[in-house]
Design a protein. Structure first.
Length: 379
């Protein structure tokens, strides 16, 4: 037999130490794995001091906040008092200013009272006084085509012109009547003279009756001659009057169609005196119409050319857009093919990687026994 030199008491001590460590480990595990009684790494005294400090800090904060609130209330009251005093001071200043304005700055006492006059717009001059007003610029929007501010003045001038024409006609008729009255007066005087002479001849007595009889034939001849002469004079005067009227009618503006007679105030044509357009005016209007037609044809041709050019540009733009869209679609198809090739390559690489992991790297998968070795010790 072999002789062992190890004393028995050393083995017993070693066995007792192992057993003690095993018991301590079991007790430690019971404390560590039990969450109700686990107190590992905690300092209750320090935690208590921290709780006391936090309560003291919170109490200090409350006291400070109460003091700040009281100070804020006092400051708010002071601010309110100051604002009330300031508002009262402003109201007093405004009342004094109003009293000063009412007593010393009345609107009727100011030099520029017309600026504050509520009826200033009624006394202002109109936006323009006539078509030639220099205030009417291109952007004033105060003068438009077809508008005539002097229509009333023109109507008044036309009315005055008509009244003057009527007055001249009445004067001419009055002069003619005066002439006729004068001629009648002369004829009446001659008749009265003749009657006076006859009365004088008859009143000389019968003693001159024979002489009168002898002279009667002569006087009758003279009277007949005078009557004939008077009739000739009346006929000549009537013919002169008729000729004067005919000449006035022939040479009047109505029959001679004087264009100046149909022009009233301004550029308005008096329709009661207008006899129509002259051949020159008619031909001028036809020429202007032909020119306008030619200008219209030129503008229409230019517009058609512009439309054709726009249509050609639109066709070119449409073709360019279609070509660009086709190139874009072709590029998208090429990108899609390239993406499909890249995805196919990535799929091959991923499949190869999975095969490498499954067949070469992870050849020894862990079993359930491997996971039971965890959480079995407190160390």
């Amino acid at each position: 037999m072999y002789k062992l030199d190890v004393p028995l008491d050393a083995e017993l001590r070693e066995a007792a130490a192992v057993e003690r460590r095993r018991n301590q480990e079991l007790q430690r595990q019971s404390r560590v794995f039990n969450p109700r009684i686990r107190t590992m790494g905690l300092d209750t005294h320090s935690l208590g001091q921290q709780v006391q400090q936090r309560r003291h800090r919170e109490e200090s904060e409350r006291h400070r906040e109460r003091a700040c609130d009281a100070q804020r209330v006092l400051e708010d009251q002071a601010v309110l008092q100051f604002e009330a005093a300031e508002a009262e001071r402003r109201r007093e200043l405004e009342r004094g200013l109003q009293r000063y304005r009412e007593t010393l700055q009345r609107p009727q006492d100011s030099r520029d009272r017309d600026l504050n006059d509520p009826r200033a717009q009624h006394s202002e001059p109109p936006a323009r006084s006539s078509d030639s007003d220099p205030r009417c610029g291109p952007a004033s929007l105060q003068r438009f085509q077809g508008e005539d501010l002097n229509a009333l003045e023109k109507k008044k001038a036309m009315k005055e012109e008509s009244e003057r024409a009527l007055r001249r006609q009445r004067e001419e008729r009055e002069r003619e009547r005066e002439t006729q009255r004068y001629a009648g007066t002369i004829t009446g005087e001659r008749e009265r003279e003749r009657e006076g002479r006859e009365t004088q001849v008859q009143s000389q007595g019968r003693e001159r009756e024979r002489a009168l009889r002898r002279q009667r034939g002569e006087r009758g001849e003279r009277d007949a001659e005078e009557v004939a002469q008077r009739r000739r004079m009346d006929r000549v005067r009537e013919e002169e009057k008729n000729l004067s009227e005919v000449w006035s009618s022939v040479t009047s503006d109505l029959l001679t169609e004087n264009p100046a007679a149909s022009e009233g105030a301004g550029q308005r044509v008096l329709t009661d005196r207008w006899r129509g357009m002259t051949p020159e005016q008619h031909s001028a209007i036809l020429r202007e119409r032909e020119e306008q037609l030619a200008e219209r044809e030129r503008l229409d041709s230019a517009a058609r050319q512009r439309e054709e050019e726009w249509e050609r540009q639109r066709l070119l733009a449409a073709r360019a857009g279609i070509e660009l869209e086709m190139r874009e679609k072709e590029r998208e198809r090429e990108l899609r093919r390239e993406l499909d090739r890249c995805n196919l390559q990535l799929a091959r690489e991923q499949r190869a990687h999975q095969d490498f992991l499954a067949k070469e790297l992870y050849t020894n998968p862990p079993t359930a026994q491997f996971f039971t070795q965890f959480n079995t010790s407190s160390r």
